[in-house]
Design a protein around this ligand. Structure first.
Ligand SMILES: Cc1cc2nc3c(=O)[nH]c(=O)nc-3n(C[C@H](O)[C@H](O)[C@H](O)COP(=O)(O)OP(=O)(O)OC[C@H]3O[C@@H](n4cnc5c(N)ncnc54)[C@H](O)[C@@H]3O)c2cc1C
Length: 387
């Protein structure tokens, strides 16, 4: 038995003993996700137990160093933990922008004090984070952002507005792009700042989505005082941190293309396809595309974890994964016919299919639009000449 085989057996036994049965059931909807935070809202005792036991073992972030609350595992061991969790259908114990976005950026750009403080809180699910990037005049052209950050000697003073800030009304802290130098070329005057959403001068206003939910907000900063040591990296060099974080965000979003834990769309739709050969052919094509995406994704993630990937690879993954997820939900709606448009009539399901379908429309916008990803792929991977 190799060391990895032994690790797999131990992991399997530990998960069997520690993952509550309820946490092996598929998530019914977004409300089944555990986000942790300063005032965590656990849906059940099992959900809390699962997060606690995983955090204690460092397995909310298996590949982070143990001194920052991680599991200290190698990429191969981390993959085994994920495979063994998938084998028993274990839920993700902790959804967190801290884990998927801020953490990797802090590991690369944070100083020792920042890593020790923030990474440990993230690993334990103690602080819920939101992302303050987009502004009313800065989306695809993110570097045009105008939120002003002045050096006031013993603190920073922040004034401005963000938009589309997902879960800003529920988050404890924000990682935020601000302009510290308005005279420098636009990419060079940006800094990466962390602050508490409970700071005086921070306010949020929810924005309702077409799907009927409201995950995101407008976020306003009015004379917000931020301690000096909460700037990550150097002042004026925040664009490097921002881009690195975006790579991780895009990798995370691309996971939508995996379509859950393995059942083919053909199998999921079953008899709905019986009388429609055209739809059946479309679904078969989709299933083949999804298998190809899963294989590609596994290879790319191995390359990313080994530090051997092209830096623009997450753009390819994000583009392919989100377009695939949109195609999946188009097919679900087509197979359901007019019944799939049901919105409120069955209260128990609350119009799950059309709401999920509408939500996928945002997949190719969030984290940078598909057009922007195609531009990056053309320029940086295919090395095509610019317009
Ligand atoms: C569900 C969701 C969650 C989000 N969460 C967050 C969050 O938590 N924090 C945050 O900061 N932001 C968040 N965003 C915002 C997101 O990052 C922006 O919406 C996105 O970057 C696009 O910016 P925009 O909406 O201003 O569109 P615009 O930049 O105005 O783009 C409009 C259209 O023009 C196209 N376009 C623009 N420039 C080019 C170009 N150079 N080449 C080709 N086409 C182009 C775009 O592809 C798009 O179709 C979220 C968005 C969504 C949908």
């Amino acid at each position: 038995m190799t060391d990895l085989d032994a690790f797999r057996s131990e992991t399997r036994a530990w998960l069997e003993a520690n993952c509550p049965a309820e946490m092996r059931e598929p998530m019914r909807d977004e409300s089944d996700a555990c986000w942790g935070g300063r005032n965590p809202a656990f849906k059940s005792a099992a959900q809390k137990q699962w997060m606690d036991v995983m955090a204690q073992r460092g397995w909310t972030v298996p590949d982070w160093p143990t001194e920052y609350g991680g599991g200290g595992l190698s990429p191969a061991e981390t993959k085994i933990v994920k495979q063994e969790m998938a084998r028993i259908g274990a839920r993700n114990p902790l959804m967190s922008f801290g884990i998927s976005m801020l953490g990797p950026a802090l590991l690369k750009y944070g100083n020792e004090e920042q890593k020790t403080l923030y990474l440990t809180q993230i690993a334990k699910g103690e602080i819920r984070w939101c992302q303050g990037y987009s502004e009313p005049g800065a989306g695809s052209d993110l570097a045009s952002l105008q939120t002003k950050c002045e050096d006031k000697g013993d603190h920073w003073l922040v004034n401005g507005q963000k938009v589309w800030t997902s879960y800003a009304d529920k988050a404890d802290w924000i990682f935020c792009l601000v302009r510290t130098d308005s005279k420098a070329p636009k990419h060079q005057g940006i800094s990466f700042l962390l602050f508490d959403m409970a700071s005086p001068g921070v306010s949020t206003r929810p924005i309702l989505l077409i799907s009927g939910n409201s995950p995101f907000c407008e976020t306003f900063f009015d004379d917000v005082k931020v301690p000096k040591d909460q700037l990550v990296g150097e002042a004026g060099k925040g664009w490097d941190v921002a881009k690195y974080l975006l790579g991780h965000e895009r990798e995370m979003i691309s996971g939508m293309g995996l379509g859950g834990q393995g059942e083919s769309l053909g199998a999921a739709l079953g008899h709905a396809l019986a009388d429609d050969p055209v739809l059946r052919a479309d679904v078969a094509r989709f299933d083949v595309d999804q298998m190809a995406f899963r294989a590609m994704s596994e290879r790319f993630i191995d390359e990313l974890k080994a530090g051997q990937a092209h830096p623009a690879l997450p753009s390819m993954m994000k583009y392919a994964g989100t377009e695939l997820n949109k195609a999946r939900h188009e097919l679900v709606m087509a197979a359901g016919g007019s019944n799939a448009l049901e919105w409120e009539s069955d209260r128990s399901k609350k119009g799950k299919a059309p709401r999920e379908w509408l939500r996928t429309k945002a997949n190719s916008i969030e984290g940078g639009t598909s057009e922007i990803q195609l531009g990056i792929i053309a320029k940086r991977i295919l090395e095509l000449p610019g317009a």
